[in-house]
Design a protein around this ligand. Structure first.
Ligand code: EPZ
Length: 419
């Protein structure tokens, strides 16, 4: 079983260029299905979720090449519309293939997706959005048989009761294949949605409004392949910043837009970190213990991102003072808390509320990753702790962080990876 060995207490120093964004490249890769021909996606991170997505594209008949950080997808010979359950279960974003296949071939046979265990992860909003577009969807024991349905050019409006990132992306892709005007009201506003819109525009789609809560798509026009460079991964950037806050030191994270992390940067500043931002970079400096900050409530963008909750908590657990977290996005996203308690963390949980009381410094322990961001949070805590820690279940890390241990070593951390 692969594991990390981490020696805490070493400050982090240096500059790191962040890899491409997992939560942007996955829907963009699915969107390459929308047009026959060869699309080229640059700044594609080496992640297991990306590998799983490329496996789905190959299985559907696409020719796929991956050289360095550039992926080429030729979707000319798309010949299938079925994705086996084993591949669907690899990750949450496999459900985005539903909208892409309906737009390109008019039918799809998929299964309910997998993804981090964060509590119930329904896809009712995805299915309702596609049905508004006219899709006929038969659900049976977790399988989804879908057909585009009768042509109904004209206008239609999709109303999302929750600004679901995935449902917004699915609706955008499916609407590209529907003649007429589709308006998505209550859309998610995440920067990754804007990145997807930019890729669709490069393919010749007529989409506008991404980044706001109303997105409009003029669908039905044939699209063409495109070359596109994916945005930097803001959640990976937040993770490295929290690591430097926990361990102390001075780091610069490049190739990320600081405007996409304003809520996280505000919390780090309140906790005592010195931050400096500019075009495409965030610099953080911190010595000593972090202090408690006002309540952190996760919310849809531009609120505090749920994906940064665990890593910020891990950094604050080894500081001074108390902080209350309220996890509003997922029912059970505190899987990392029991592991942090093994390191001496004082955290009280009551439903969606977690109150962290900083204990000065945590101590090393034998740790187990529970989910993608929770596992990364345990590394953050171990880097700031006294003594040595080990972390198993690295498969969670490999889903969303490219060369995590190598990048941390580059910044001065004492972390070794055993295969
Ligand atoms: C995306 O997941 C991200 N994943 C998640 O990142 C992120 O935490 C989440 O958005 C919120 O920002 C990817 O982009 C691949 P949602 P997604 O639909 O689309 C409920 C990570 O760590 N909901 O915005 O699945 C849902 O249960 C991952 O990188 C429904 O009720 O999230 C949740 O409570 C974890 N019905 C809320 O909406 C639906 O049909 C937000 O979920 C869909 C969602």
């Amino acid at each position: 079983m692969s594991y990390y060995e981490i020696q805490g207490g070493r400050p982090l120093e240096g500059r790191l260029e962040i890899h491409g964004a997992k939560n942007s490249v996955l829907p963009i890769l699915a969107a390459t299905l929308l047009a026959p021909g060869e699309s080229v996606i640059e700044n594609c991170p080496r992640l297991s979720d990306v590998s799983a997505t490329l496996d789905i594209l190959r299985l559907l008949g696409c020719r796929v090449e991956w050289e360095g950080d550039t992926v080429t997808v030729d979707a000319s010979a798309l010949r299938a519309c079925c994705v086996p359950e084993s591949l669907m279960r690899e990750m949450r974003s496999s459900v985005i293939f539903l909208g892409a296949l309906l737009a390109r071939v008019g039918e799809a046979e998929l299964f309910y997706p997998g993804g981090c265990e964060l509590g119930p992860r329904p896809i009712d909003l995805h299915l309702a959005a596609l049905r508004t577009l006219g899709a006929e969807i038969l659900e049976e024991q977790g399988s989804l048989c879908c057909h585009r349905g009768r042509k109904n050019p004209g206008e239609r409006e999709i109303c999302l009761s929750i600004p679901s990132v995935g449902a917004t992306e699915n609706a955008m892709l499916a609407a590209c294949g529907r003649e007429g005007t589709t308006t998505i009201v209550g859309a998610a506003r995440e920067p990754e949605i804007v990145d997807l819109q930019n890729f669709l525009l490069a393919m010749g789609a007529r989409v506008c409004g991404a980044g706001e809560s109303v997105i409009t798509i003029e669908g039905g026009a044939p699209l063409h392949p495109a070359r596109y460079r994916v945005m930097g991964d803001r959640m990976a950037a937040a993770t490295y910043l929290c690591a430097a806050a926990a361990a102390g030191g001075q780091v610069e994270i490049a190739a990320v837009d600081p405007n996409t992390l304003t809520a996280v940067l505000a919390c780090l500043s309140q906790a005592g970190c010195r931050l400096h931002t500019g075009e495409g970079f965030i610099a953080l400096e911190h010595q000593g213990l972090l202090t408690g900050i006002p309540p952190v409530r996760t919310a849809p963008y531009p609120g505090f991102p749920t994906d940064a909750q665990a890593v910020l908590m891990a950094a604050l657990a080894g500081g001074r003072g108390s902080t209350m977290f309220v996890e509003n996005m997922f029912e059970s996203r505190y899987g990392h808390v029991d592991e942090l308690r093994r390191m001496g963390a004082e955290i009280q949980i009551d439903g969606r509320v977690a109150v962290v009381t900083g204990v000065g410094r945590l101590h090393g322990a034998a740790l187990r990753g529970t989910d993608l961001r929770g596992a990364a949070a345990l590394v953050v805590a171990a880097l700031g702790a006294e003594g040595a820690s080990t972390l198993t279940q690295l498969r969670h890390i490999r889903r969303g962080y490219e060369n995590f241990a190598g990048n941390l070593r580059h910044l001065g951390a004492e972390i070794r990876e055993f295969p």
